[in-house]
Design a protein around this ligand. Structure first.
Ligand code: ARG
Length: 458
């Protein structure tokens, strides 16, 4: 029986009912709906709608329901209730009879659904912060293990300057740290309770909404009832945070897919996160990483989808807004899974030190060093850049690296070049010179690892 039976003489068409009902996805809000209902029952005592004893009975029944739902959430799906709010109310009435019918006094599903979702977002944000931290830890531990792994760094996917695998890991650590900041920031703005806003104009019962907010663990109560029931900014913000983080994860995945390719062979992924081909026996495919890279589409799609749904909606609540939940649940589940998968990939990744080193030696990635060397000898940088360009062309013609050219050969490009150039051209020197904050020098990488470990209490 629908909640609004009195006004209607015909039952809903089954196809419409299926189209309209949200229970099959909002059943995930059962716990939040029950928590919200307990707080609401307490507020109803303060405005003399419920007696103290009645409230205790309701609270007891709701707590029993909460335990049963936690044990078997799927039981909810066996009901034909329209949504989780109707389901909880039905269950309550079954348990305590007519008393249960009093609970909805002064409350609307409009403020209930947004309250439930905010409570759910808060809980999820704490879990997500844990998952993000887990990956941040994995990145720092991996960085610490591979400080000596010299490899080429790229721009335009062309070998540019040598870096270390540790420095690469720490780049992703920084991104994930910003993702965590964004989660904390999102939490600040969403931690405001809409409960007691009624359908749109506020509840007609003069309760203390600040106290109600506190009972629910929110920092305060919202200011405007129209805004309270229409606001989904927090869902957009969370989806935006998820999207940015998924973009980070997809770049992480793409880098590793390239590093793992037969062409690069810098890393080897474990059998635990790869799969074979049904036809080609030699294949070991980086599926975990490809799926991380691919799933960014769903998450960004969820953000875009909800933005479009909300655009141009008149105040206040409209049924369109029920579309917030499927997007959000799917995006958050996906983000969680991808964070976990990224940790799993790092767990037993192998770095092929020799291959990485060989690649770093090729590609003239020490050309900038030679230019800086010439600058130190008094040649203006623009001119030095040109000279080194010619030296690279000459070296390519001889199929040699810059450091493999003889001193005479090097001198033919500039007479200021002396024997000391060879130390400058070594990879170790290339790395060591980048010792300003944030650079790839072993000393700076050590400092960065120590700072990250301190942040993570490792
Ligand atoms: N299932 C609805 C949602 O998720 C709950 C609010 C329904 N309110 C209404 N006036 N029909 O948005």
């Amino acid at each position: 029986m629908a909640l609004w039976g009195g006004r209607f003489s015909q039952a809903a068409d089954q196809r419409f009912k299926h189209f309209n009902d949200s229970l099959r996805f909002d059943y995930r809000l059962a716990e939040q709906d029950i928590i919200g209902s307990i707080a609401w029952s307490k507020a109803l005592v303060t405005v003399n709608v419920l007696s103290y004893d009645e409230q205790k009975k309701l609270e007891k029944a709701l707590n029993e329901l909460r335990i049963s739902v936690n044990q078997d959430p799927e039981q909810i799906l066996r009901s034909d209730a329209e949504d989780i709010h109707s389901w909880v109310e039905q269950q309550l009435i079954e348990k305590v009879g007519d008393l249960g019918k009093k609970l909805h006094t002064g409350r609307s599903r409009n403020d209930q659904s947004t309250t439930d979702l905010k409570l759910w977002c808060k809980k999820e944000i704490y879990h997500l912060i844990e998952s993000v931290d887990h990956l941040r830890k994995s990145l720092v531990i991996t960085a610490e293990q591979h400080q000596q792994a010299i490899m080429p760094g790229y721009t335009h996917l062309q070998r540019a300057q040598p870096i270390t695998f540790a420095h690469w890991c720490l780049a992703y650590y920084e991104m994930l740290t910003r993702d965590k900041d964004r989660l904390q920031d999102t939490l600040k703005r969403l931690d405001i309770s809409p409960l007691g806003s009624g359908a749109l104009a506020g509840t007609a019962y003069p309760m203390d909404r600040e106290e109600l907010a506190q009972w629910l663990g929110f920092a305060k109560a919202t200011n405007n009832s129209l805004d309270s029931v229409s606001d989904r900014d927090h869902v957009l913000e969370l989806l935006n945070t998820a999207s940015i983080s998924m973009i980070h994860l997809s770049r992480f995945a793409e880098d590793l897919i390239i590093f793992n390719s037969g062409e690069a062979n810098f890393v080897e992924l474990s059998d635990r996160v790869t799969s074979g081909s049904s036809l080609m026996p030699q294949k070991k495919n980086p599926d975990a990483l490809e799926l991380i890279r691919g799933k960014v589409g769903r998450v960004v799609g969820a953000l875009t989808g909800l933005m479009v749904t909300l655009k141009g909606l008149p105040l206040a609540y409209n049924k369109d807004m029920q579309e917030d939940k499927e997007h959000l649940f799917d995006a958050i589940d996906t983000w969680h899974e991808c964070l976990d998968m990224a940790c799993l990939v790092l767990e037993d990744i192998k770095i092929n030190y020799e291959v990485c080193l060989e690649a770093a030696k090729q590609g003239y990635s020490n050309a900038t060093e030679l230019a800086d060397y010439l600058v130190a000898k008094g040649i203006p940088f623009r001119e030095a850049h040109h000279i080194v360009g010619e030296a690279v062309v000459g070296a390519i013609a001889k199929q040699k690296a810059l450091e493999e050219l003889s001193l005479d050969e090097l001198k033919s490009f500039s007479h200021v070049i002396e024997d000391d150039v060879y130390t400058i051209l070594s990879l170790d020197s290339c790395l060591a010179k980048r010792c300003a904050k944030g650079g790839v020098s072993p000393q700076q990488v050590r400092i960065a690892i120590a700072a990250a470990k301190q942040q993570l209490s490792l």
